[in-house]
Design a binder for this molecule. Structure first.
Ligand SMILES: Cc1ncc(C[n+]2csc(CCOP(=O)(O)OP(=O)(O)O)c2C)c(N)n1
Ligand SMILES: [Mg+2]
Length: 503
């Protein structure tokens, strides 16, 4: 950059204009994988104090940046190179849209004068992102970058939050423009922060035998009326016919509802049939979980593992989780006590989000409440989607404990002897069940390979000891690989839609 002492002649590269525009919008975190033509953008952002976290895959980077949006209310940025880099980030954009989390993806693209000529990694990026974002645009000039970034940030957080894409041709990155010609938006525009995510449903029992409900369950099953709150008018009445619809930001609507309840206090009668059925159900669920958790046979089952983990979890920790049984059972046992302290595969059921989310939570925690821990509970299949991000965790020495619940498979697997028998005389590709993973994989060695602590665990005592050590050790991240019974499964479910996709 050529910075002259005369301000009127100060010239800025496109990379610096982008960094300034992001800073002006109060963007604090950028995740990405650098390369031609975006490396200069990461450097310029870092120079202005924006945290840059280099990830191992754009998919994980986009998940991480979207989680920052959820955790802080300002979008994180995912910085990607042209073509395949951008395509890898589409997963994170789709996931952010589904979860209604703000996210800005900035993608480098071909030089304008090479377009349609088969330039390196040339791809129709703005068009490709339309399906995955609320807003997808390329600034018409370097001078237009700040207003496009401001618009992207605004759109990402207004209404139903979601992903926005800004395309940056390679020649913009290094070209210089006179600072005076860069108009507007270098000062932050006050942005309204919407807490609203997807629709919020409140179940109001209509009949005395109602049992509570959720949006995807046919309402006749639960026998209750529903109040739908959504910031997006088009969603009102979608899926289930609500008794009442309330259009507005969930924060504002809840506040108004609470004010109204203060004026005319009302409580659902504690001795009603519906409430009693619900309490009974909670009690029997708890008893069934307890019984499974108390089993002493080895290998352990899911409930035994989670029961021991729950006892040791710090109350203020972030719980990140993904997997099928691992996440679903974990949700019923592992408690989070603070708001916005649980992140998981969420609305879209996306496997591969875990390590990106954990990294985002740890980076935010490091800045906002040092000492806070992140516990990332992964199924062994889920871990595999972005396992190499363990290197990222170690590089930045993030306060993360990864716990892999290892059943040798997707939903279920086989023990080592059965596996060996199976592949003894036949090629595994013809006989191995599709949900099988290699038995007894030593995932903890991935963590050890990068200098973190790895634990291999087979008993409740080993689990207790290793988690205690991992929590006490604030100098390095850890991975605890917990072997469980490969055929372990959930307790019996009353509703078929809870298990119908499982083998
Ligand atoms: C991106 C993506 N790919 C595939 C799936 C299908 N899927 C659902 S859960 C799951 C993994 C479950 O196995 P694991 O993480 O080991 O958890 P477990 O149920 O064994 O405890 C997969 C592959 C998905 N939800 N998302
Ligand atoms: Mg598994």
């Amino acid at each position: 950059m050529s910075e002259s002492s005369n301000r009127s002649e100060e010239r800025l590269s496109g990379a610096k204009v982008i960094a300034r525009a992001l800073q002006a919008q109060n963007v604090q975190y950028m995740f990405g994988v650098v390369g031609i033509p975006v490396t200069e953008i990461a450097l310029a952002a870092q120079e202005l104090g924006i945290r840059y976290i280099g990830m191992r895959n754009e998919q994980a980077a986009s998940y991480a940046a979207s989680a920052v949006g959820y955790l802080t209310g300002r979008p994180g940025v995912c910085l990607v190179v042209s073509g395949p880099g951008l395509i890898h980030a589409l997963g994170g954009m789709a996931n952010a849209n589904m979860n209604c989390w703000p996210l800005i993806v900035i993608g480098g693209s071909s030089e304008r004068n090479q377009e349609t000529m088969g330039d390196f990694q040339e791809f129709p990026q703005v068009e490709a992102c339309r399906l995955y974002s609320k807003f997808s645009a390329r600034p018409s000039s370097i001078e237009a970058i700040p207003s496009v970034i401001e618009k992207a940030v605004r759109i990402s957080i207004y209404g139903r939050p979601g992903a926005c894409y800004v395309d940056v041709p390679a020649d913009f990155v290094t070209l210089h423009a006179n600072v005076n010609s860069i108009k507007c938006c270098l000062c932050p525009r006050r942005a309204q922060y919407q807490e609203a995510g997807r629709t919020v449903w409140i179940a109001v029992p209509a009949h005395s035998h109602g049992q509570g409900c959720r949006s995807r369950q046919p309402s006749e099953l639960c026998g209750c009326s529903q109040v739908q709150i959504d910031i997006c008018a088009e969603e009102l009445g979608n899926n289930v016919k609500p008794a009442v619809t309330l259009l507005g930001d969930i924060n504002a609507v809840t506040k108004q509802l609470l004010e109204q309840f203060d004026k005319t206090p009302w409580q659902y009668p504690p001795e009603s049939k519906w409430w009693n059925i619900l309490k009974e159900k909670m009690k029997s669920n708890e008893a069934a979980s307890k019984e499974l958790a108390s089993k002493t046979s080895l290998p352990m089952n899911y409930y035994t593992v989670f029961h021991h983990v729950q006892k040791q979890l710090p109350k203020d920790c972030f719980v990140v989780s993904e997997g099928a049984n691992t996440m679903d059972i974990g949700r019923t046992v592992l408690q989070n006590y603070l708001p916005r302290h649980r992140l998981d595969a969420g609305t879209f059921g996306t496997m591969g989000v875990g390590l990106g989310f954990a990294i985002a939570a740890a980076v935010v925690a490091k800045d906002r409440s040092p000492g806070q821990r992140v516990i990332c509970v992964e199924g062994d299949s889920a871990f595999g989607f972005s396992g190499m991000e363990v290197e990222t965790i170690c590089r930045y020495n993030l306060p993360i404990i990864v716990l892999v619940v290892n059943n040798n498979g997707i939903y279920q697997g086989f023990d080592a002897d059965t596996w060996k028998e199976m592949v003894k005389f036949q090629d595994a590709v013809t006989v191995a069940p599709p949900m099988c993973l290699l038995p007894n994989s030593r995932y903890e060695q991935v963590m050890a390979a990068f200098g973190g602590k790895g634990y291999f665990v087979q008993t409740p005592e080993e689990l207790h000891r290793s988690l205690k050590q991992a929590l006490e050790d604030t100098t390095a991240p850890s991975l605890i690989n917990v072997m469980i019974e490969p055929q372990s499964t959930r307790k019996a479910q009353d509703f078929h839609w809870l298990t119908r996709s499982n083998m």
